[in-house]
Design a binder for this molecule. Structure first.
Ligand code: AKB
Length: 316
């Protein structure tokens, strides 16, 4: 019997992940949770309110629902974290500690925790960044995610808790708009293009960042979850990305479909964050250890995004 708790299930990745897990393991095998209340939830999965800064609440939910595995998606991302660093610390560091500790006490089988390219910093090699390298981030988000990576190692080595995760790049998706990250421009730009609006980009035109399309992000999480444990050389330190591009490059791709589309550049505080992150990642550990193999290249991502956003936005 599998019963998976998804924290942060109303976020950009959590929303789609819950559906993917339900499709794979059955609706009754998934319990979604978030600190916010759902307006509506496609697929009608069972929902429970959960603030991950409250360890007792986590413990009760695990016990009451017989939770066997956890996907811990709740997090405050890079841009929001800079606006409220104390909240980012509480949710990302205390929240992750609480999840690991309650999982350990209850004998949960597996805990999945996504990490991020936010763990890297200005001293990290920017091109083809390896998994094991200098981690000196300058954002609260990055600091708390390095903390999560180290906690995961600690719980694995000290308590034999099976903790797994990967370092996500920017994720492109159309279902739940992101609103709190540095890589969000790569989603916003599509919304503007499809709605016939000009776009003002908060990054400089030549800022390259690694990225990936949501279906590949979801498949990666599930693949890693199902991988044989003895094949895994890392805990959360698996870099994954499908491609890298700059704002000017993605703009060029979108203009092939919308030749009238215009972009201007007005860099803000997120430019400084992006400059400390890798331009490209070395994902070979993920490929070798658990078969990471993204299917969408940039052209297919752009086509699919536009097709789906047209359906959603044009018919609103
Ligand atoms: C962000 O921009 O903060 C996130 C991330 C790369 O983790 N999308």
């Amino acid at each position: 019997m599998t019963k998976i708790l998804v924290t942060g299930a109303l976020g950009q990745i959590g929303t789609e992940l819950a559906g993917e897990l339900a499709a794979r393991y059955g609706k009754s095998s998934v319990l979604i949770s978030d600190v916010r209340k759902p307006q509506s939830f496609a697929g009608e999965l069972e929902f429970v309110g959960l603030d991950v800064t409250n360890p007792d609440a986590i413990g009760s939910i695990i016990a009451e629902h017989g939770i066997t595995d956890i996907f811990h998606m709740a997090a405050i991302l890079s841009a929001s974290g800079e606006k409220n660093p104390a909240l980012a610390y509480r949710v990302n560091s205390d929240g992750t500690f609480n999840i690991l500790e309650e999982a350990r006490k209850a004998g949960v089988r597996k805990v999945m925790i996504p990490s991020t390219i936010g763990v890297f910093g200005a001293e990290t090699p920017r091109i083809n960044t390896p998994d094991i390298t200098v981690l000196r981030p300058t954002t609260m988000y990055g600091i708390t995610k390095v903390n999560a990576e180290l906690l995961a190692l600690y719980y694995r080595d000290r308590y034999a808790l099976d903790v797994r995760g990967l370092r996500f790049p920017g994720i492109i998706s159309y279902l739940t708009p992101p609103s709190a990250g540095t890589t969000d421009y790569a989603v916003d730009i599509f919304y503007h293009a499809v709605q016939g609006k000009d776009y003002q980009c908060y990054l400089k035109k030549d800022t390259a960042l690694p990225m990936m399309y949501m279906p590949d992000a979801l498949h990666s999480l599930v693949k890693l979850f199902e991988a044989k444990g003895d094949k895994l050389r890392h805990c959360l330190e698996y870099n994954v990305s499908a491609y890298s591009f700059t704002p000017e490059e993605i703009y060029g791709e979108i203009r092939e479909v919308y030749p009238e589309f215009r972009i201007t550049y007005e860099p803000d505080f997120r430019q400084k964050i992006a400059e400390t992150w890798p331009a490209s990642l070395d994902s070979h550990f993920a490929r070798e250890d658990w078969g990471f193999a993204p299917e969408y290249d940039l052209k297919h991502t752009v086509q699919d995004m536009i097709q789906n956003l047209r359906k959603i936005l044009v018919h609103q």
